[in-house]
Design a protein around this ligand. Structure first.
Ligand SMILES: Cc1ncc(COP(=O)(O)O)c(C=O)c1O
Length: 402
């Protein structure tokens, strides 16, 4: 889409070469509009929210709650269905702890082999604590979720199904609408979706998807670091116990007990990252202005071109679905005989920032029988020239290791 001019960091050079940033799956870069929103908040509106009766606090509150409404409508939700957290990981921990409190011995939690540790470890630990059973949906040879395996493992005992929308390694886009129908038809479980790699890349209409909960990170969708969100159906949030205690998450506190505020405030203990919430609102404005359809198209073109060019190099093995239509903006691969960290180091010397390693998916690495992989990931500011620089870097790796 060639929006590089909006992203000041992309003017930087490394080793005399312009920065080609291909690590957006870890964190996206931030447009000037988001950086300005942070600065403007601290220069003009900084005060704690909901507490003051003075004008400044009311203005801060309006901006904070205005951003909540904006973020909610971005995914077709209502403001009271959005809880602010530190990141996607904290949103998933909130669910694991809160839903986990209701789990009993014979209950089951179902996740998949392709989950990021953030949607894996919280469920594993809560299952251990509560004596519940953790089960895994298998993936197919092509790196897609095996829906037959999902169906087979669902039963009345399944209380939680937690799956990623888009895999941060395989790139696979999971068919959440279909999954929601299967889960709700074959069990009484709630469906938790990890949207970290989906939001900001594709249009999400939460009501159409049919998920009960949807967790995401602000910093991967052009927003600032330190802010994540959890969408939840209001009736489910109302039934759940809080995760963290203290601050304004209460209705009333006495020496004998406490009653809690209504959601979303019940889950927002202590002072929130107010400026970051406001700046995430600015990121949503930016994404809306560019158009999610156009962003999706831009991702697809880049991934398609990169897959085609990588496919010309014989030593390359690519993980996940074969076509760009079935993928998010992520390509993980290995070059035969070369460690993924060496790939990333040589690309760095060319100004190309990308990753090697297990990408917080160690169980998936064991299924793929690899120690790690190199990964290029894209966003709205990447161009065909960036892919060309990446491919030149890969060819250099081949020469070095010939
Ligand atoms: C699929 C997926 N889920 C969850 C996370 C965790 O996000 P955060 O580090 O913002 O909590 C990531 C981060 O890379 C991810 O790729």
């Amino acid at each position: 889409m060639n929006l590089a001019k909006d992203f000041p960091i992309l003017k930087r050079k490394f080793n005399g070469k312009r920065l080609v940033y291909l690590d957006s799956a870890a964190t996206s870069q931030k447009p000037r509009q988001v950086i300005s929103a942070l600065k403007e908040f601290y220069e003009k509106y900084n005060a704690n929210v909901h507490r003051g009766v003075y004008n400044l606090s009311e203005e801060a509150t309006q901006r904070y709650e205005g951003a909540r409404t904006k973020i909610a409508s971005f995914i077709g939700a209502r403001a009271e269905e959005i809880v602010f957290t530190k990141n996607c990981t904290e949103a998933l921990n909130l669910l694991a702890y809160s839903l986990g409190k209701e789990l009993r011995g014979r209950d089951e939690i179902l996740i998949s082999q392709m989950e990021h540790h953030s949607n894996f470890v919280p469920w594993q630990q809560i299952a251990l604590e509560r004596g519940a059973k953790l089960k895994f949906v298998e993936i197919t040879k092509e790196g897609k979720l095996n829906l037959a395996s999902l169906k087979k493992q669902l039963s009345k005992k399944t209380k939680v199904v937690a799956l990623t929308h888009v895999s941060n390694v395989l790139g696979t886009i999971n068919p959440i609408k279909e999954i929601a129908e299967i889960v709700h038809k074959n069990s009484g479980a709630v469906l938790v979706i990890d949207g970290a790699q989906a939001l900001g890349h594709m249009a999400v209409d939460i009501k159409k998807l049919g998920a009960d909960f949807y967790a995401f990170s602000g910093h991967k969708m052009l927003g600032p670091l330190g802010i994540g969100c959890l969408y939840g159906k209001r009736e489910l949030f109302q039934k759940m116990k809080p995760f963290l205690y203290g601050g304004k998450m209460i209705k009333e506190v006495s020496f004998v007990g406490t009653t809690f505020a209504e959601p979303p405030y019940k889950f927002e203990a202590g002072t929130q990252p107010i400026a970051e919430v406001v700046a995430l609102g600015a990121a949503v404005d930016y994404l809306n202005e560019k158009g999610m359809g156009k962003i999706e198209e831009s991702d697809r073109k880049l991934v398609s071109y990169a897959l085609k060019e990588l496919g010309k190099i014989p030593e390359i093995e690519i993980y996940g679905p074969k076509t760009a239509e079935e993928r998010g903006a992520v390509i993980a691969f290995n070059i035969k005989g070369v460690h993924s960290h060496d790939v990333a180091t040589i690309l760095d010397s060319e100004g190309v920032a990308m990753r090697g390693g297990h990408h917080c998916c160690m169980p998936l690495m064991s299924v793929l029988k690899i120690p790690g992989a190199a990964r290029a990931s894209f966003h709205i500011y990447n161009t065909k020239e960036d892919v060309d620089a990446f491919i030149r870097g890969i060819r250099k790796v081949r020469e070095v290791f010939k």
